[in-house]
Design a protein. Sequence first.
Lengths: 575, 168
Amino acid sequence: MKKILLMGNPNVGKSVFFSRLTGSQVIASNYPGTTVEFTRGYTMINGEEYEIIDVPGTYTLSPTCKAEDVACQMLKSSVEEGTVIINIVDATNLERNLSLTLELMEQSIPVIVALNMWDDTKHKGIHINVEELEKWLGVPVVPTTAVTGEGFPQLIARLPEARTPKVRHHTSEERWKDIGDIIGRIQRLEHRHHTIFETIQDLTIHAKTGLLIAAVVAYLSFIIIRFIGEGLINYLAGPFFEVLWLPFLMKLSALLGSGGFLHDILVGKLINGSIDYVQSFGVLSTALYVEFAMVLPYIVAFYFVLGILEDSGYLPRLAVLMDNLMHRVGLHGFAIIPTLLAFGCNVPGILATRVLESKRERFIASTLISIGVPCAALQAMIIGILGKHGGGPVLTVYSILALTWLVLGLLLNRLTPGFSPELLLEIPPYRFPPVALLFKKTWWRIKQFIFEAVPVVTLGVLVVNILYHLNVFEFIAGLTAPVISGLLGLPREAIIAIVIGFLRKDVAVGMLVPLSLSVKQLIVACVVLSMFFPCIATFTILLKELGWKDMLKATGIMIVTSLLVGGLVNFFLRI
Amino acid sequence: LSSNIADACCYICCFCALIRNIRTHIRNIRVSARRWGQVRRSEDQNIRLSDYQKKFNPYKLLQLTHIKWYNKIQNWSKSELTSDEKMNKEKKLIHLTHLSPGKSGIVVEIHGGHGAAHRLEALGLRVGARITKISAQPMHGPITVKVGQTSLAIGYGLAHKVMVEVEE
């Protein structure tokens, strides 16, 4: 099968390109380094099947971080018959992009150039003489706009024309000189006044106004997430479960004889003769309710807002503003983006740390994320359960987590050998989020959440019920009672929740409800659950990204920190 | 007689220079103390730190400045213009961190190892490129510049290695 590699600088639209060509969905955003791993897809072009690979963006072929390394390895392993590179070039930024084009042409793989973001050149008053560029490069050059699909038929039609031009080996100085010459000949810039986007651009990155705007953005995001999340719960998911699902379950319960092993697994225990969605703990009651009526609405809301932030291009500016703070914890500003992603789910967050340059940074970032950043599912449950007691306790949990994040970061920065490199980041222009793509992306993330979370949650509830029947928990609870009761001040049964936390943390928080804990105990339990052992998905990704040695180190840090902080909160928090 | 006058001038200048040298020395120590945290985390500023830690020897300093200023005065009488031009040119070269926001300049030199230069060059910030500074964050935060059509954020330590010739 013939292979097509999509290569280019970061943030030129390779992932949108990939989605267009293959019809399969990958996450695309408006900041450099969205794609950190290659994705394969298949498509038929001119009656032939092609394998298309979305390669992480890179500025040069001598990598400076792990994501770029992935790209270069991919290129090296693809030198074979029938491979074609589609070099995607940001037409609004031709000079810098052409450097990689020249490097790619030296690799003796056929190249075709796509001048992407062609529509933007018109808005920005950039005129490019495509024929002249094509003549000079010696490979086909096709203007495209991936977001709308403009130029794709031409690109596909000209794909067979891709060829390996005879290029002499340039040194980087010669390359820049050549590019400077050609740019002077083929590109003409119209003088434009500041557009409104550019004015906002300057304001958001200015020292004083920037922080103010960041605070407003954070506040607005929070309000919108709450508005959408609560709206979905109150008007959609809640009524559905109360009005439609409950009568069905009650009938099922009567059919199964209101008790017994099967009844307990499917419907759960009856509380005062009826089903309590949070406490009954059956596969069809609690498992479904927790995922669809407590967690999913917030997931939808979170990913929608995150999508807007990602696509508008605000996140890199946030990275610049946060650089000072992040340097204190041994990272640089760009690490704010993995951290934000981790607020949705820790797995993509930890994957995104690949854009950080050094191993030390990746270790610190991954550890901090898995300890101090609760995922959206966990947060939804914390808010759902602690929110009944007012905003204070919820705020307490968040403050404790934030404080731990900061203190641990300061410590890790001192104790981990090495240094953190300086921030160096391209800031993309603001773009209006493409609405269709935004909804597609949100939908895709929700779908992924449902497919990943629901089976695990169902399994978790099933395992808990079976283990209850076998009295395994009694044994574990007896074993760990000194730590759980002595240090954390929780009833000994709370260990079950912590053990289940290894599967999924949202169910684990749900398991705290039947224990009827006091507010303080709930706070301790929520804090410990967030920090303690990562859930199995996070655990696997930590192992894959850090290697087992660093993973063990990170896990050790997590266990010690969670017990320490839990103990401190238990002894010193007064309510 | 002229050599006597030259000698006298030389000693006066020498005295002034000594004071100036002590002042710069003190400033260097202060700068190094203030930037201690940053020196540790940036790539190759350790070399500069050892410069600051040199033993302070007033006699040696006196001797050296004497020679330096003697040569300078001798040269002044010979070619006043050229040295003036030289000083002017030197004045225009500044660190990117000292460029004020809104000003433009040409990158003349990138200090530091190959790594720093390579990372910057990949993003289009190379010797000979024309850049415009957009903003700087307080407390040695990152600097934002425009290179061609690209906006870049550069950490303070890295930006300090970039030498810029200011455009008037």
